[in-house]
Design a protein around this ligand. Structure first.
Ligand code: NAD
Ligand code: USQ
Length: 394
């Protein structure tokens, strides 16, 4: 297969590109290095050092004899996006290339607008490029479990059969997300479903849970092939953050009561889910949705698991929740689709012991404990509106 990975310099995009290449795909990646730019803006760095994209691809080719093509550019540029698809002519496009932090999208108006323009316009350009270059290309789009929010009914895989006043229809599952970032994913999902219906495109929307871990079979081959590992309060996700907090002998920051429940998965399962989805495409016109997570925990349970397994004593600290989210709620989400296609999940407790604690310990001297403190609140900052919005979007 020929596969184009958008966002191929990112935490998940780079390991996925190598995983698909190792599985025999002919792989090219696209990135505009926006993520490395957010690091500079926020004054944060990945715990594990990462090589420049060209060096990653060069080392990969030297070690495996397989080439990963690189295209540098911004998906919000329609002409660039169309040109890359036309040049590569892929069978599948894997789309990771979005601003993916909920706190980043809630910093202020400027960051909310940037997030939605970057994500929604980028995805629209990808849809147009596919429709114009070759409508049989399979779009595999990374969505988020957070699109659903925490409804008081079971969460289905994308679709819900609704009976209303005696009539029944199959409808997109109603969404109630918790940040402007998560909302951008909802807007994407609606745009993609419409393009499948109106233009007969084929797409898989992967509503992924929170990813943990840093190592895959390919990233461990050489330090140049490592992927990033964020632990700061804006881009660090809860599990990766808490593992680094434990290694630095700092308290684990549980927001609120810690009773909020989330689906999680190992980074090795992410890359495998993408391979599985790419190699079994949906029919033309189909908008297929999978809920991509393997286990679910409350945030407090995650902290307690880390505390129980960690080699040194760990303190858990309940801190006031900077986010607006349900403190306690029902949570039961279907996630059969990928298991039915053959996914064999890794378990969090094994990954903590075999890999995550070791990585955090090895790199803990690079960690800046000031970055553990949550800095972004969900209430709107009154002091930053107006012209700055334009500059970030531009
Ligand atoms: P990341 O920020 O590490 O990677 C995203 C990459 O896309 C970056 O390299 C960035 O430079 C690039 N990018 C962003 N906007 C772009 C644009 N306009 N043009 C070209 N490139 C652009 O994020 P990640 O953690 O690898 O996440 C990848 C995807 O998976 C995202 O869409 C995210 O929403 C989704 N996801 C991530 C997680 C997680 O826990 N990390 C969980 C669920 C879903
Ligand atoms: N949390 C803490 N302490 C922390 C950090 C987070 O208690 O130090 C809590 C948050 O309040 C939240 C939960 O942990 O309830 C998850 O937060 P997170 O930052 O790990 O995850 P989230 O903001 O939801 O975003 C991450 C990725 C995003 C992806 C999403 C999947 O950044 O790209 O879409 O996970 S999901 O959560 O399923 O929507």
């Amino acid at each position: 297969m020929r596969t184009l990975v958008l966002g191929g310099d990112g935490y998940l995009g780079w390991p996925t590109a190598m995983h698909l290449c190792a599985a025999g795909h002919e792989v090219s990646v696209v990135d505009n290095f926006a993520r490395r730019g957010y690091d500079r803006e926020l004054g944060v760095t990945t715990l594990v050092p990462i090589a420049p994209l060209e060096q990653r691809a060069w080392t990969w080719q030297r070690l495996t004899g397989r080439r990963i093509g690189i295209h540098i550019g911004d998906l919000t540029n329609a002409e660039f996006t169309h040109r890359v698809l036309d040049e590569v002519r892929p069978d599948a496009v894997v789309h990771f290339a979005e601003q993916r932090s909920a706190p980043f999208s809630m910093i202020d108006q400027q960051h909310a607008v940037y997030t939605q323009v970057n994500n929604v316009v980028g995805t629209l350009n990808v849809l147009y490029a596919i429709a114009q270059v070759d409508p049989t290309i399979h779009l595999i789009k990374l969505g988020s479990m957070g699109e659903y929010g925490t409804p008081n009914i079971d969460i289905e895989e994308g679709w819900l059969e609704v009976t209303h006043k005696g009539r029944t229809d199959r409808m997109l599952y109603p969404k109630r997300p918790g940040s402007f970032y998560h909302l951008s994913k909802v807007h994407d999902s609606h745009n993609i479903e419409f393009a499948c219906r109106a233009w007969n495109l084929r797409a898989t929307d992967l509503n992924q849970g929170i990813v943990y871990g840093q190592e895959t079979s390919e990233t461990v081959l050489h330090p140049d092939l490592a992927t990033r590992f964020d632990y700061d309060a804006v881009f660090g996700t809860v599990l990766n953050r808490m593992v680094v907090q434990a290694a630095c002998r700092q308290p684990l920051t549980v927001y609120g009561t810690g009773r909020q429940i989330r689906g999680v998965l190992d980074i090795r399962d992410t890359v495998e889910c993408i391979r599985i989805a790419a190699e079994s495409p949906p029919a033309p016109g189909e908008f297929r949705v999978f809920n991509q997570f393997t286990e679910q925990f409350s945030v407090l349970e995650l902290a307690q698991l880390i505390a129980r397994l960690h080699p040194f004593p760990v303190r858990i600290e309940l801190t006031p929740n900077p986010r607006a989210e349900a403190a306690e709620h029902y949570y039961h989400a279907a996630h059969r689709g990928l298991l039915d296609l053959g996914l064999r999940p890794h378990l969090l407790s094994d990954t903590l012991l075999e890999s995550l604690f070791v990585i955090a310990r090895r790199h803990r001297r690079h960690a800046d404990p000031r970055l553990f403190e949550p800095t972004v609140r969900w209430s709107p900052a009154a002091d930053r509106v107006g012209p700055a919005v334009q500059s970030l979007v531009a």
